[in-house]
Design a protein around this ligand. Structure first.
Ligand code: CA
Length: 262
């Protein structure tokens, strides 16, 4: 028996390295792999490249994580103890448009075509190098954050939604998932974009952190500090400080509101 592997939780990493600029750019990746040694090395590799990693040794655990944690990407092993990998993939697709990189031991054409048809964004044939995994993951993430892939917070409804939201110099385009400040595009992570969009849709209303966890993270058991970290990243990218806010105003003990400039 192998000892249980530690899960790399966002909060743990934040408390270890502090809410630095690196955290702002962190990508969350779910590793689904039943082999403990491979799982551990994947976690180490991805966490070593500033990614927030969680793992599941089986398919049902993976589905739970996709639904609740909503990672930015999934690395999915096909040979799982409880579910056939292709079935797990179809079930993930029933929940989310999250980019899925499949790791398979089988490299025959029919198998790969079946996987791509089932919704895989790309695949790797085992054994693969860490460099290859990182390159493919980066490519998949780049493709999948292109316009209209996801729209609503959490990435639900593709291709639908309102036009750009303009609040003074701030312009948020939900379809292109871009944000411009005074005409200049600012790069946001998926979660930062969802957070900003939700606050902008509710401009001038105070929103509690609990409500943000429910609406943007779609879960309430995450530490509220997670919201603080994302807000501070957003503030920095919007070029403002909590002490002198322009858009993001903290209402002490209540929450935060995005103020539209008069
Ligand atoms: Ca396996």
């Amino acid at each position: 028996m192998y000892p249980p592997l530690p899960t790399h939780r966002f909060e743990d990493i934040v408390s270890r390295i502090g809410p630095s600029a690196t955290v702002c750019a962190m990508t969350s990746v779910l590793v689904v792999e039943d082999d403990p040694a491979i799982r551990a090395s994947l976690i180490e590799l991805l966490a070593g490249h500033q990614m927030v990693v969680r793992s599941s040794p089986d398919g049902f655990g993976a589905l739970r994580e996709v639904a609740q944690w909503q990672p930015d990407a999934v690395v999915l092993d096909l040979g799982l103890p409880d579910l056939d990998g292709a079935d797990a993939l179809k079930m993930i697709r029933g929940l989310s448009q999250v980019p899925v990189l499949v790791a398979t031991a089988r490299d025959d054409d029919a198998e790969i075509i079946k996987l791509l048809n089932a919704g895989a964004d790309d695949y790797l044939v085992k054994p693969f190098s860490g460099g290859q995994l990182l390159a493919r993951l980066t490519a998949v993430l780049r493709r999948c954050t292109s316009p209209a892939r996801t729209f609503s917070p959490g990435g639900g409804v593709p291709g639908a939604g309102p036009g750009p939201l303009v609040l003074g110099e701030l312009r948020i385009d939900p379809l292109a998932r871009t944000v411009h400040l005074a005409g200049r595009e600012i790069g946001l992570t998926r979660r930062e974009f969802d957070l900003l969009s939700f606050l902008a849709l509710n401009a001038d209303r105070v929103i509690s952190k609990r409500q943000l966890l429910a609406e943007v993270w779609r879960q309430t058991y995450v530490d509220e500090q997670t919201v603080d970290v994302h807000l501070s990243c957003l503030r920095r990218k919007l070029g403002e400080r909590a002490a002198r806010p322009r858009f993001l105003h903290t209402v002490r003990g209540v929450g935060v509101k995005l103020v539209s400039p008069r």
